[in-house]
Design a protein around this ligand. Structure first.
Ligand code: KIV
Ligand code: ZN
Length: 540
């Protein structure tokens, strides 16, 4: 990567830090679908996972490296703790990508050194050059992070960073791991690093931050003014606790306020050259895909991608907007790909017309996937007059959720009303096609369906979230249901859409149950909470 890119690199960590959010775990197909969409969005780097965590994580990073990394595509990156075993696993996983990166890290704050690593500053100063040069012996592109930099002693940080760059790190990342900094403090930290690290010009300075105080995006924008040129962020801001800095907010902040930021890049204020390589019109689609697959619902008032971000409710506002949009709107909804395209497809449309529309939407479906998507489209067209792009997106995201489903929903039938006890009849098929049917009574139709499904599946769990929203407007709109289940303290989510919300609820419940079953017993390491136990010295 060029040391002074003259713009900002966008490093997306939705599949690594984002997936660390409770209940956001994704299967291989889902990770691939998100990675492919991130490539369409134009991110510079995809952090695809933490390969040492488990066999499943390793395979997912490897498949993304094989299928999404390309000579002109994004760099595929994996995370590794500062240990030779982690770094080796990471190298093997990203190896298939023509453009690949190892991202290794160690904590630098005294609080982490004392209570988590139980190591002295001196030990950290030994480990950093050793591990960075080991990683560099495997791959040219190395990123090094000082975990909890926001609470680290700046003088110690300068020493660590200098050693990491001397050992071969081309990107130095400064995380505000616990979201503690304020914008001016974070900007000063970046400025101090730029002034006090003698070899800093040999590396790209990157920032990473969590949103515990709601300041992550503001901190990053201040850091950009002080010379940060890579931003680590996630779609919809998902991530540990309050999440990470949101990609869409950073990108649109830099886009809409380009005149303000341009001079910090040595450009004329009115330079029209974009400050990132993101295709902004892909933002809405990416946001919806990530929300559907992770089950992390986007709040309606969320900047850029929330359902109300471009809605003008109040009479005064509507009047102003009708006279001139600029009165109350700083972003044109089309810039982020928000259109209400109604396609001229209906009941009588053929396969090729449907395939063409999927392709225009950026979905390159295999023959089998297209057959399934077409069957779903036909089924929907029988029940719904106008089919929108949004409906097609719902069809595709539903499909990638259930490739190796243990249970398939075959039938759901409910009777309810003010004079009836809600009763559900449900049929499930297992992997061998064996069908079982049961009937259950509940407090409402959804409760009755969930009780029946639980009876048949025999997998204990607790329903902790059930949310419904409509995909589009109109009485025949599809309803989207997101369900979150808990078992032994872990969360599992499922999502589905249908014109019948009870059917959507049943399918979402099955999707969550299938996810719960598929990860049963598999223990994945957490990159930050599980401390390296193996020796750190390279063994090859
Ligand atoms: O928040 C953090 O410090 C991280 C590092 C591993 C980069 O996610
Ligand atoms: Zn993080």
């Amino acid at each position: 990567m060029a040391k002074d890119p003259g713009r900002v690199f966008i490093f997306d960590t939705t599949l690594r830090d984002g997936e660390q959010s409770p209940g956001a775990s994704l299967n291989l197909e889902e990770k691939l679908a998100i990675a492919q969409q991130l490539a369409r969005l134009g991110v510079d780097v995809i952090e695809a996972g933490f390969p040492f965590a488990s066999q499943g994580d390793f395979l997912a990073v490897q498949k993304i490296a094989e299928q999404v990394g390309g000579i002109d595509g994004p760099i595929i990156c994996g995370l590794a703790r500062a240990s030779s075993a982690d770094i080796k696993a990471c190298f093997e996983a990203v190896k298939p990508a023509p453009r690949r990166r190892i991202h290794t890290f160690i904590a630098t704050s005294d609080i982490h050194l004392e209570h988590k690593l139980r190591k002295s500053r001196k030990e950290v100063l030994e480990i950093v050059p050793e591990m960075v040069s080991f990683a560099r012996s495997l791959i040219d592109d190395i990123e090094f992070s000082c975990e909890d930099a926001g609470r680290s002693d700046p003088e110690f940080l300068y020493e660590v960073i200098e050693l990491a760059i001397a050992a071969g790190a081309g990107t130095i990342n400064i995380p505000d791991t616990v979201g503690y900094s304020t914008p001016s403090e974070f900007g000063e930290l970046i400025e101090g690093i730029n002034k006090n690290v003698s070899n800093i010009n040999e590396a790209v300075l990157s920032v990473h931050g969590h949103n515990d105080l709601g300041l992550a995006v503001a901190n990053f924008l201040e850091a950009v003014k002080k010379g940060a040129r890579q931003l680590e962020c996630t779609i919809n801001g998902i991530g540990e606790r309050a999440g990470n800095a949101a990609l869409e907010e950073l990108v649109m902040g830099l886009h809409v306020r380009r005149r303000y930021f341009n001079p910090f890049f040595g450009r004329a204020a009115d330079s029209p050259t974009p400050l990132t390589a993101i295709r902004t019109e892909e933002i809405t689609k990416t946001s919806r895909l990530v929300s559907n697959l992770t089950g992390m619902v986007v709040q309606p008032n969320k900047a850029i991608v929330g359902a109300n971000a471009f809605a003008h409710e109040s009479g005064i506002h509507q009047d102003g907007v009708l006279k001139n949009r600029l009165t109350y709107e700083i972003v044109d909804a089309q810039t982020v790909g928000l259109t209400d395209n109604r396609i001229s497809l209906g009941k009588l449309s053929g396969r090729s017309a449907v395939r063409a529309r999927f392709e225009e939407l950026g979905y390159d479906l295999s023959r089998e996937d297209l057959n399934e998507a077409f069957a779903r489209f036909k089924d929907l067209a029988d029940r719904k007059r106008d089919i929108t792009d949004r409906d097609l997106e719902a069809i595709v995201s539903e499909q990638v959720q259930q490739p190796e489903a243990r249970f398939q929903l075959r039938l759901v039938q409910v009777s309810c009303g003010n004079a009836l006890r809600p009763t559900a009849t449900v049929t499930l098929a297992d992997q061998d096609g064996q069908e079982k049917t049961t009937v259950a009574i509940g407090t409402g139709p959804v409760d009755a369906v969930c009780r029946a499904l639980n009876d048949l599946a025999g997998e204990p769990n607790e329903l902790i979230e059930f949310s419904v929203k409509s995909v589009t407007e109109g009485i025949d709109a599809m309803g989207e249901v997101t369900i979150r289940l808990r078992r032994e303290g872990k969360l599992y989510s499922g999502h589905s859409a249908d014109t019948d919300v009870v059917v959507a609820a049943a399918q979402a419940y099955i999707n969550a149950l299938n996810r719960l079953i598929s990860v049963q017993g598999s223990k994945a390491l957490h990159p930050q909470f599980d401390v390296v136990e193996a020796p750190t010295r390279p063994t090859i």
